[in-house]
Design a protein. Structure first.
Length: 129
């Protein structure tokens, strides 16, 4: 896109590097804490330092191995994005709607409060039922 000697390209590359170097440790720490909570059922301060470092190391090497074995990252990102889009657009609304119907059957007062707050947030609710 930009030549190796283009000053604008150099500035963009440096800004992108700055963005990655600032956000990666935050996302990495959150993901590491979630993995430890899911696997060990403990908070990060309840596991040993070796376990915490091992999870972090594994978490860094899995994407590295994928990048070495299959260098076409664009196709991996396109598949990941399309699957995430499918879940967000088609599957998640159905699950939320079914959960709302289940809540209406089990606890109608709570369901009414949820409906009223949903409308306040800008959503629409079918009042014909």
């Amino acid at each position: 896109m930009f030549g190796a000697t283009d000053p604008f390209g150099f500035i963009l590359r440096m800004l992108f590097y700055l963005m990655l170097s600032c956000t990666f440790p935050l996302v990495n720490h959150i993901l590491k804490s979630m993995v430890i909570l899911m696997i060990f059922r403990k908070k990060e301060d309840e596991v040993s330092g070796r376990v915490f470092k091992a999870v972090g190391t594994i978490q860094l090497f899995i994407p590295l191995v994928f990048a070495i074995i299959y260098p076409n990252v664009g196709s991996i990102l396109s598949w990941t994005g399309s699957i995430a889009g499918l879940v967000i657009i088609y599957i998640l609304p159905v699950i939320i709607y079914l959960k709302m119907l289940k809540t209406k059957l089990k606890n109608p007062l709570f369901a009414k409060a949820l409906d009223e707050n949903f409308v306040k947030l800008g959503g629409t609710v079918d009042k014909q039922q």
